[in-house]
Design a protein around this ligand. Structure first.
Ligand SMILES: Cc1cc2nc3c(=O)[nH]c(=O)nc-3n(C[C@H](O)[C@H](O)[C@H](O)COP(=O)(O)OP(=O)(O)OC[C@H]3O[C@@H](n4cnc5c(N)ncnc54)[C@H](O)[C@@H]3O)c2cc1C
Ligand SMILES: *[C@@H]1O[C@H](CO)[C@@H](O)[C@H](O)[C@H]1NC(C)=O
Ligand SMILES: *[C@@H]1O[C@H](CO)[C@@H](O)[C@H](O)[C@H]1NC(C)=O
Ligand SMILES: *[C@@H]1O[C@H](CO)[C@@H](O)[C@H](O)[C@H]1NC(C)=O
Ligand SMILES: *[C@@H]1O[C@H](CO)[C@@H](O)[C@H](O)[C@H]1NC(C)=O
Length: 653
């Protein structure tokens, strides 16, 4: 009876981005609501008179060092995309002052508000993101999932929720076992080590500066890296209930990033002093004095220059201030534009599936299956429990009217502004229907919220979370109106190892067009069944005494298009999951890594584009398999690892 449809509730007429900036500026009105007003009031003494100049006043900048007016015409390395991976890579490559590095980024530098954790959802409606939409899936009434990607110096790490996860060791070991070799030699066996956990662990340690109430002293944690990893400084009682309920159902409270066991834990975030620590903040901001590292913001690469005969990549074309420029790379061009723009740029430059490029009228340079694999992590935010006490969950309205809150954030102390969208706890579970034989590989991540998608609502709420997800306001009002902005709890299940595989292709040969994105969500029955099993588990958690103390009750109003099913039946939940599907933005594998005997691989285990010289892809698009991780930390370690690979290739110390 059900159509095989996914209704993402990205109803285009209902989007909120219609009034975002001209000339690359965010309009004041974007920030005209209670939440920002609190901050603005707190800041008012500091601000210049005209609000529109405020964003300049408060924004970061990356002038070329040494009073240079123009970038050089040639660098050792040209990197496209200053995201999680690109920033880490650029910083590490330019440690050697003899190595010149140009980092080209389409977006702008961060500004004061991008530092505020609680504002994360807002930026999905600004020009700090690329407004990509998935193509309609069959049967979807013109509803298309929204796939924002960060467009900033710092990339998606400027707009993300800062959740820090590494993935399970077994998952990285599988990537290595596929033949993604490394150089690791132990006494009697050559380990297939490129991306095995032992190998990647080294980079997680290099990455993190952990401050986690003692966890950081464990051998698999580090205090010496550059990226701060901390707990969120404020919490609700619902976090305690989540952890206790977990214990009751057999999930120990653990450091969920520790390699040894699955469990539940407090969310760990890339934040410090209540401020976002994006890849730019961590890896670029403090190295502005490096004469050999040039960052060009608001500059968009349109083509990789490759000699069709020698297959040598030698530079890129980019557009800055509406002018087309060329810059040459003496050693390598590195594409770090993320899982959508990297494959797009490769294809625009002649690297991609032969037939597709010929349809697009692009001369073929190298026939590779670019964009043919795409995995994503989708989630279901629609299992919501009402509570019988007031003032236990986060409420934007309660918190942001309060000037004291904004001032305390300004001073770097704890306040509502420090919460990343209300996320408090992470739990890894393996549902009874998991078909993965390995007991240490979960199939669902539960994200416990100190509230729900309704915590941003009510009459005066900003509704930023639901707008960020492009949830249909009429659907939300119709279904959840009676409990909007009341005290609620929810745990959002995220599907870790989808069997449904998507893909991406060009729309045309115009570098300014958005590519066609096919999520192909929930096309495999097992994916739906896993969600239903997860929903049942969340219901069991809610039924335990820790949640029953607060009278947790499943909110029983069905979504309008699922009213033909008995509420709370498996069929009902299938319909609901297909209705309120929200991506958590972890698209991977579009330029996937693999050994030479893998015909689907776009890059080799050293991230070199197959068949091309002087060209690598270094970002989350190379991750070849699904991993149980939000992808900022994996992206960062790919950047750090790639720097070592590149330095080895060129004998740079
Ligand atoms: C809304 C949202 C929430 C998220 N929440 C989390 C979370 O809580 N935890 C987590 O771990 N992960 C999260 N993620 C995912 C994570 O942030 C990304 O997977 C990760 O940052 C990707 O890193 P990357 O280096 O592959 O690409 P990106 O960080 O996306 O960087 C790519 C960069 O390339 C630039 N670029 C693209 N095309 C061009 C071009 N033609 N010329 C010049 N520059 C170009 C882009 O503007 C961008 O800055 C979230 C992502 C989003 C969008
Ligand atoms: C800000 O919001 C208030 C109340 O919603 C409105 O009256 C005012 O015109 C808005 N200001 C701007 C600059 O949009
Ligand atoms: C930089 O290059 C100079 C000249 O080639 C050399 O003497 C010096 O040792 C190099 N420095 C580093 C850090 O590699
Ligand atoms: C709600 O709780 C917070 C902290 O737990 C407290 O500071 C505040 O006064 C409470 N508000 C109401 C209306 O009870
Ligand atoms: C909430 O419900 C629980 C369980 O029924 C009950 O023990 C508790 O007293 C209730 N709390 C309030 C504030 O009504």
């Amino acid at each position: 009876m059900l159509k095989s449809a996914v209704l993402c509730f990205a109803i285009l007429s209902n989007t909120v981005n219609s009034d975002y900036g001209k000339n690359g500026r965010i309009y004041w009105s974007e920030f005209n609501n209670t939440m920002e007003n609190g901050i603005l009031d707190a800041l008012s003494g500091l601000l210049p008179e005209r609000p529109e100049s405020m964003f300049d006043f408060l924004s970061d900048s990356y002038p070329l060092p040494g009073n240079l007016k123009q970038p050089y015409s040639e660098y050792d390395f040209v990197i496209v995309g200053a995201g999680s991976a690109g920033c880490a890579l650029a910083q590490k490559l330019s440690k050697n002052r003899n190595t010149t590095v140009l980092l080209i980024e389409a977006g702008r530098p961060e500004m004061l508000f991008t530092d505020v954790p609680a504002l994360a959802p807002y930026f999905q409606s600004t020009d700090y993101v690329w407004h990509y939409y998935m193509e309609p899936q069959p049967g979807m009434d013109n509803q298309r999932c929204f796939w924002p990607r960060g467009k900033a110096v710092g990339g998606s790490s400027v707009v993300n929720y800062m959740i820090y996860t590494r993935g399970r060791p077994r998952e990285w070991d599988r990537i290595a076992a596929d033949g993604n070799y490394g150089w690791y030699v132990t006494d009697w066996i050559i380990k297939l080590h490129f991306m095995s956990y032992d190998d990647v662990l080294k980079y997680f340690l290099e990455m993190e500066k952990a401050k986690l109430d003692g966890y950081e002293k464990n051998p698999y944690r580090s205090r010496d890296g550059e990226t701060p990893v901390e707990f969120v400084p404020i919490k609700t009682k619902l976090l305690d209930a989540f952890l206790e309920a977990g214990n009751i159902l057999g999930h120990p409270t653990v450091d969920y990033n520790a390699p040894n066991e699955l469990g539940f834990g407090k969310v760990q975030v890339t934040m410090s002093n209540s401020r976002r620590q994006s890849a730019a903040k961590v890896y670029l901001h403090s190295h502005k004095n490096r004469k050999n590292l040039h960052v060009l913001a608001e500059s968009r690469a349109t083509k990789i220059l490759i000699d069709p005969v020698t297959k040598q990549a030698y530079g890129i074309e980019y557009v800055r201030n509406k002018l087309l420029h060329t810059v040459y790379a003496r050693k390598e061009v590195i594409i770090s534009a993320g899982p959508i723009a990297s494959p797009q740029l490769l294809m625009l430059s002649g690297i991609g599936p032969r037939n597709h490029l010929s349809e697009m009228g692009i001369p073929l340079v190298q026939d590779l299956l670019v964009g043919r694999n795409l995995y994503d992590h989708i989630s279901f935010p629609g299992i919501i429990f009402t509570l019988n006490e007031t003032n236990i969950s986060f409420s934007e309205n309660r918190a942001t009217g309060d000037l004291a809150n904004a001032i305390s954030w300004m001073k770097g102390s704890d306040s509502f502004y420090s919460t990343p969208g209300g996320v408090e706890g992470i739990g890894y579970i393996k549902t009874p229907i998991s078909d993965d034989p390995d007991q240490t590989v979960p199939d669902i991540e539960l994200i416990s919220i100190g509230g729900s998608i309704l915590s941003d609502g009510g009459n005066t709420g900003s509704k930023a979370i639901r707008k960020g997800m492009r949830l249909s306001e009429s659907l939300i009002t119709e279904t959840y109106g009676p409990i909007d902005d009341t005290d609620t709890w929810s745990a959002i299940p995220m599907l870790l190892h989808p069997k449904s595989v998507g893909h991406i292709e060009l729309r045309n040969n115009n570098p300014y067009s958005h590519p066609k994105l096919y999520g192909n969500y929930l096309s495999q029955k097992h994916d739906v069944a896993t969600f239903i099993a997860a929903i049942r588990h969340v219901q069991q958690l809610a039924a335990t005494p820790p949640f029953q103390r607060f009278g947790a009750k499943l909110y029983p109003v069905p979504l309008r298009n699922c009213q033909s099913f008995t509420f709370d039946s498996d069929e009902y939940w299938e319909c609901a999951v297909r209705t309120l599907t929200a991506t958590l933005h972890h698209q991977v594998a579009t330029c996937r890594m693999g050994p030479d005997n893998d015909p689907g691989a776009v890059v080799d285990p050293e991230l070199r584009v197959r068949g091309i010289y002087g060209l690598r892809v270094v970002d989350t698009s190379v991750i070849p398999r699904t991993i149980s991780a939000h992808t900022h930390a994996p992206g960062t370690i790919i950047g750090l690892k790639a720097a070592d690979l590149i330095k080895t290739s060129w004998n740079i110390n």
